[in-house]
Write a protein that binds this ligand. Structure first.
Ligand code: BG6
Length: 487
């Protein structure tokens, strides 16, 4: 049974759906220089996000939107009203979306916001309200201003944090009557997997691995601190604001019952928990400092930093869940699996989607129980879904039974987690309307219940079309999950 006020809905991000990358005063963001990549071998998985200074220069000079698909997205910028009406038709109680920093502050360091940017999101929030949909808003979802990367070393610099605080306060001031739920950083842990997109760190700027690690740890500290500062600011402006951290929960299993595999999986899971620990408990776990010392790096802090972090923990824990991976001390030579920019040993009990992401519904239950036992805070599943190639049948229908089956199995496991005492605020299907893939910038990797007619080569009408999963999800929401148990 799902709780009475369970927030069913979907999630999108500005950089993957809005398009209109240079309209109404918007500045360039890190997403606007991300190139299209087709399928990449598991061993080369990191290439999906690699970017050099030369790539950035080339992108800046180019007006091309096809090579840089996040520049066109699905044209949500102009079509948001119709899309929100479709979400309403599906019965969404909530929509997670993000605000593009560069629409409000094109270069990031301006002191006054761009009024057109402010007005745009105000219109969206008004529309959501009119449709009875509660917004959950991410402030930073892979789209920091490019100018802050070039002039400031991204989040390595404390100045970026100050600019972010200004951006966040501006959002709270203008939107607080509409928005109660905020997520500060999408997948804050992703800084170790793709530092450019998450924190504006260009790897070639650092002479060696130690220097790069030092930059990463410093940028991460600034994000932890920013998260605490703006959590406090949100509550100053609206006392009942609810702030969540947002984690990637890629579960790591020991590949065998060899105690060494179990210990290795524990080390990797613990490293992943570090990101939640700081934001929930308000302090760095002791193992974090030991880990840094081992890497030869040290966080540079100002006197009050730890107190600010301590005094401003988050209210709930949100996370994305797509898959699990295995860890083995004998991984060399074993078949690997990867997904969401992580790599591990392939699990023989699981099947994977066309991009190699292992599908593991039971893992969602395990993740929920583990996170709740650790943090004792309400959980919010703000991303889950299956990237797949969808075909339009001769009857004009998209029969995405594979997606329905994926959701069904995950929902049933989520229900079991709730039955075992876990408090879950809601569930959001990632990319509830097809959008540009974060990692590869493909359109063909579709997650939605709503099909968007845009192809990898940029062709298409941008028309929206309901898939079979649209009506199926509508029934799940309308029956608050009861329909899952009907034959
Ligand atoms: C999450 C990101 O990690 O994974 C989303 O927060 C992203 O932005 C999603 O779209 C799925 O990844 P991809 O690469 O398939 O789009």
């Amino acid at each position: 049974m799902f709780p009475k006020n369970f927030l069913w809905g979907g999630a999108i991000a500005a950089n993957q759906c809005e398009g209109a990358y240079n309209e109404d005063g918007k500045g360039l963001s890190v997403a606007d220089v991300a190139r299209y990549r087709s399928q990449i071998e598991v061993s080369d998985y990191k290439k999906q996000w690699e970017i050099s200074k030369a790539d950035i220069e080339t992108a800046k000079l180019s007006q091309d939107v096809l090579q840089y698909p996040k520049r066109h997205g699905i044209d949500f910028y102009h079509r948001y009203a119709g899309d929100i009406e479709l979400f309403q038709e599906m019965g969404f109680k909530t929509l997670r979306l993000s605000i593009a920093w560069t629409r409000l502050f094109p270069k990031g360091d301006e002191t006054k916001p761009n009024e057109k940017g402010i007005a745009y999101y105000l219109e969206i929030f008004r529309k959501l309200k009119a449709c009875g949909i509660e917004p959950v808003v991410t402030l930073s979802h892979y789209e920091m201003p490019l100018a802050l990367v070039e002039n400031n070393e991204g989040w390595v610099s404390r100045k970026t944090m100050e600019c972010f605080e200004r951006f966040a306060r501006t959002c709270f001031q203008h939107y607080h009557t509409y928005v109660k739920y905020w997520l500060i950083f999408n997948e804050i842990d992703s800084i170790i997997r793709h530092p450019f997109t998450t924190a504006g760190i260009i790897e070639e700027n650092y002479p060696d691995k130690r220097a790069l690690n030092q930059a990463l740890i410093q940028a991460l500290h600034h994000q932890f601190l920013a998260s605490a500062i703006v959590t406090g600011a949100a509550k100053e402006i609206r006392a009942d604001s609810q702030i969540g951290c947002m984690l990637t929960r890629t579960l790591i299993y020991p590949h065998t019952c060899n105690p060494a595999d179990i210990a290795l999986a524990q080390v990797l899971n613990r490293l992943n928990y570090l990101f939640g620990d700081v934001q929930v408990f308000g302090e760095y776990p002791e193992f974090a400092f030991r880990f840094m010392k081992k890497q030869g790096v040290e966080v540079v802090m100002e006197a009050e930093d730890l107190t600010v972090i301590k005094n401003n923990p988050v209210d709930f824990v949100s996370f994305s869940y797509y898959m699990s991976l295995n860890a083995s001390v004998e991984a060399k030579g074993m078949e690997l699996a990867s997904g969401n920019l992580a790599v591990g040993v392939k699990n023989p009990y699981l099947v994977a989607n066309e991009w190699g992401w292992q599908i593991d519904p039971v893992g969602l239950r395990v993740a929920c129980i583990d996170l709740y036992d650790r943090y004792r805070k309400p959980l919010f599943i703000v991303e889950n879904g299956m990237g797949a190639i969808d075909e339009i049948g001769e009857n004009g229908m998209i029969e995405d039974d594979y997606r329905i089956e994926y959701f069904k199995q995950h929902f049933l496991e989520m229900e079991k987690a709730i039955a075992s005492g876990v408090e879950i605020m809601g569930y959001m299907a990632w990319g509830c309307i097809d959008l540009v893939s974060a990692s590869t910038s493909q359109m063909s990797k579709r997650y939605g219940m709503i099909y968007v007619d845009v192809q990898d080569d940029g062709s298409g009408t941008y028309e929206r079309r309901k898939k079979k999963s649209f009506d199926w999800y509508r029934e799940v929401i309308a029956s608050n999950g009861q329909s899952l148990h009907q034959l």
